[in-house]
Design a protein around this ligand. Structure first.
Ligand SMILES: NC(=O)c1ccc[n+]([C@@H]2O[C@H](COP(=O)([O-])OP(=O)(O)OC[C@H]3O[C@@H](n4cnc5c(N)ncnc54)[C@H](OP(=O)(O)O)[C@@H]3O)[C@@H](O)[C@H]2O)c1
Length: 272
């Protein structure tokens, strides 16, 4: 199976590495395209001497590929899709772009092109991604199985209804940045209380990592796990009381996800 990547950036490289690792295709069956040959080199460097190729000819890339992965920024689609219209007849496409619906992408391609849309996230780069995917009625069970296998090769994958994707973009697509902000806030607060920055960073990172691993391995809900740490009159109870005061953290996260979802909806409408 030949898999073509239009865009050879972070997400393309993460998926390509997963595809080869999972044995979905071998490196010699991967072809990528980017604006310059130089920027495609890091993609080729993933598979030294294994035969992955770079091309400037996206039309030829689509013709020879069984699956085309659109790993370009949403703003680039209007320039790229019209070139691919004829070559896309009957082909399967996987788009990673935030805010672009399968309907909108389909309108730019041949009517017989089959389009699946995914929302991955950056932990995909280390095989710990959370990805969802959705596609219309033209997508076959075999198409969905292939896409699931590819996305699951870089973490976990869920098939969802396309109407859920803007909310999911706000949760897991943007979510890594919220966690990084939370980690930074922990570090800043500890430094403010006198801890050296390096030690604060290492402790904050290991606390978030360990807590996520504990939550993943436990059958308890996050709040049940929190309750286990809150002994009566203890330090955790005192700290959590501040988070829960006036529903502070819940209110903040509700506003945060709502803002990200609104932005995803604006992108879907074509607002820049
Ligand atoms: N990063 C995230 O957190 C994240 C999460 C979920 C979804 N996504 C989506 O994944 C997609 C890729 O994101 P990314 O972070 O991998 O982007 P990226 O690292 O900036 O890579 C973009 C790639 O597109 C190429 N490109 C630009 N114009 C092109 C053209 N006309 N023809 C062919 N290739 C072209 C670029 O090549 P040059 O370098 O030569 O310009 C580059 O290889 C985006 O749609 C993004 O919305 C990203």
């Amino acid at each position: 199976m030949t898999i073509g990547f239009i865009g050879a950036g972070k997400m393309a490289r993460a998926l390509a590495a997963g595809i080869v690792r999972a044995g979905v295709a071998s490196a010699k069956d991967l072809v990528c395209s980017s604006r310059s040959e130089k920027s495609g080199q890091p993609f080729l460097d993933l598979f030294p001497g294994a035969g992955a190729r770079w091309t400037s000819d996206t039309v030829q890339l689509v013709r020879e590929s069984d699956l085309v992965i659109l790993a370009i920024k949403p703003q680039v689609f209007p320039e790229v899709l019209p070139l691919l219209r004829e070559a896309s007849a009957g082909k399967l496409f996987l788009s990673l772009a935030a805010g672009l619906t399968t309907g909108k992408i389909g309108a730019g391609l041949h009517p017989t092109a089959r389009i699946v849309r995914a929302m991955p996230n950056t932990p995909m780069q280390i095989g710990a991604g959370a990805s969802v995917y959705a596609g219309g009625p033209a997508i076959t069970a075999a198409d969905f199985a292939l896409i699931d296998r590819i996305l699951a090769s870089t973490g976990k994958a869920w098939r969802v209804d396309e109407s859920q994707i803007d909310t999911i973009t706000a949760l897991s697509g943007s979510g890594p940045a919220y966690v990084f902000h939370f980690m930074d806030a922990l570090i800043q607060a500890a430094v403010g209380l006198g801890l050296p920055e390096k030690l604060a960073r290492e402790l904050a990172l290991q606390t978030v990592l360990g807590s996520a691993q504990l939550a993943a391995q436990s059958s308890l809900t996050p709040l049940e796990l929190a309750a286990q740490v809150k002994s009566p009159r203890g330090t955790t109870l005192a700290g959590c009381a501040v988070l829960e005061e006036h529903d502070a953290l819940n209110t903040l996260m509700a506003r945060c996800l709502a803002a990200a979802k609104t932005r995803a909806e604006e992108l879907a409408r074509g607002d820049s």
